[in-house]
Design a protein around this ligand. Structure first.
Ligand SMILES: *Cc1c(COP(=O)(O)O)cnc(C)c1O
Length: 393
């Protein structure tokens, strides 16, 4: 055990089983540990480092803003948050933005907005329908929204007002809808739940149902947004528009930030109804604005699409070679491979030993979510390591 691992077990709450590596430096798609070993990073801070590690435009925006103005509270106008709001609105179908510090907080805000909407427009409706296998965050209300027993069981009783139904079933949503329902919240593709992809027409049907019933469709694009699936937002690929969209992970290329966005038709908050001390502060907003501007101006979402297709093709080649690979799935640069046995933890360790960081999304599946700036060369390198590791199974 290294000195740092010893310090962790002595001082830090043990809420996660860490990979036994202490990372001290990153650049592009690479990170280095405290012993100088280099790794190709296909985890990217859990789909966060959209422009890779310490990208120059992000580092520069942070450094300049840190010398200029870091935090003043939302009692005052500050410029970076307005620039960020403008670029988000100009490049999405939503009209207004609220900036938070994390994904869970963005979803909390979205659900508060939906309840406010239900109060005003649907006779006090407050229930939110979400999907089994979903992940919406770790706050008490978001564990109730996240339809996974492992996240809910330790914290019973759950916050009321959330109904978990089968994913990818419009009928399940229809039968759970009552006159108390104010919204449906869904991930366009379930990330943490295992990279689960719904049928192409699922979201369209949900959209139609929400319109028919006058309830809000909240898309949780915290993992799928900001280019990850090959378009700036995933909803573009499913030809639907949400009433509310939540964002976080990739927005700031590494700085802690979240956001929820709303169409004018559902923009029901009035002053005093929602807020945040740190949310939207100039420091993180400068980094997020620089990230988004770079992503948009340099076609980074399209790069994720192209490189993602190449990566998927190369994973399919591996599947052709090894019969214990039962599935290759995902879109853009959010991909997973599944096995017929629970070998993901061992494979993760073997990849690590060969200089590749991957994520074990389920006991029998690995997830890949590299920075969006990678090229086919990095994919070939990762495939080379994976191939070597799989050959030893
Ligand atoms: C990561 C994630 C969240 C939670 O974000 P935090 O920043 O960890 O609170 C919520 N929803 C989805 C889809 C996510 O992937």
């Amino acid at each position: 055990m290294s000195k740092w691992q010893g310090m962790e077990s002595k001082y830090f709450m043990h809420t996660v089983d860490r990979v036994p590596v202490t990372l001290v430096k990153g650049e592009g798609a690479r990170v280095w540990d405290d012993e100088g070993r280099q790794y190709l990073d296909f985890v990217a801070g859990w789909a966060v480092n959209s422009l890779g590690h310490c990208h120059q435009v992000v580092a520069q925006a942070l450094a300049e803003q840190a010398r200029t103005l870091i935090q003043v509270s939302n009692q005052f106008y500050t410029i970076p948050q307005l620039q960020l709001a403008e670029i988000l609105v100009q490049h999405s179908c939503l009209d207004k933005v609220f900036i938070s510090n994390s994904g869970a907080e963005a979803n909390e805000g979205a659900v508060k907005l939906a309840r406010r909407y239900g109060k005003q427009r649907r006779n006090g409706a407050y229930e939110v329908i979400s999907a089994n296998g979903s992940f919406h965050g770790r706050t008490l209300s978001m564990v109730a929204a996240s339809g996974q027993a492992k996240h809910q069981q330790p914290y019973l009783p759950l916050s009321p007002g959330f109904i978990n139904v089968e994913y990818n079933s419009i009928d399940a949503i229809k039968s759970a809808t009552t006159d108390k329902t104010c919204a449906v919240i869904l991930e366009p593709l379930q990330g943490e739940g295992g990279v689960n992809i719904p049928d192409d027409d699922y979201l369209k049907k949900v959209r139609g149902w929400c319109d028919e019933k006058g309830i809000l469709l909240i898309l949780d694009e915290i993992q799928t947004g900001i280019g990850r699936l090959g378009t700036l937002f995933a909803y573009e690929q499913y030809a639907v528009e949400p009433d509310v969209m939540t964002l976080a992970k990739g927005v700031g290329s590494g700085v802690p930030i979240g956001a929820f966005m709303v169409k004018d038709s559902a923009n029901v908050f009035v002053p005093g109804e929602h807020g945040s001390t740190f949310g939207g502060n100039p420091l993180v907003c400068a980094a997020a604005y620089a990230t988004l501007k770079y992503i948009i101006e340099n076609g980074i979402a399209d790069n994720a699409k192209k490189v993602g297709e190449y990566f998927k093709g190369r994973l399919e080649e591996l599947r052709g070679k090894y019969s214990f690979i039962t599935d290759v799935r995902g879109r853009g640069l959010l991909l997973a491979i599944e096995f017929d046995r629970e070998i993901a933890a061992d494979l993760l360790k073997a990849c690590l030993g060969n200089g590749l960081l991957v994520n074990r999304v389920k006991p029998d599946a690995l997830r890949f979510m590299p920075p969006l700036i990678i090229g086919n060369g990095e994919v070939d390198e990762a495939i080379g390591i994976l191939g070597k590791v799989l050959a030893a199974v």
